[in-house]
Design a protein around this ligand. Sequence first.
Ligand code: 5GP
Ligand code: ZN
Length: 102
Amino acid sequence: MENCIFCKIANGEIPSERVYENDFLFAIKDLHPRAPKHLLLIPKVHVEKFADLDDENLAMELYRAIQEIVKEQEITDFKLQVNNGARAGQEVMHLHIHIMGY
Ligand code: 5GP
Ligand code: ZN
């Protein structure tokens, strides 16, 4: 999707340090962390919102990735957050899951 910052990060147009990656998704550190370990888990395909996620395999990949990331990063206590829609605080219109580790 043109002019989507997370698509640009996904395709390498904007460089990023990835703390986790597989064929379907990747995780980066949030630019403005609101927790000691604030990561963003982002699917590589452009899905605008959580409500638009209808690919069950991708949903499962996201679920598995969260469990692997927190284990790898030794995050025991964390919050997950998905903002769906601008009025709920979604600023980047490319699905992402906040993993906020403490
Ligand atoms: P939202 O409010 O859409 O759920 O969250 C978007 C998040 O993306 C924010 O926490 C913001 O700090 C983060 N963010 C926005 N642009 C960038 C970027 O270019 N790089 C990284 N690493 N994080 C970003
Ligand atoms: Zn996108």
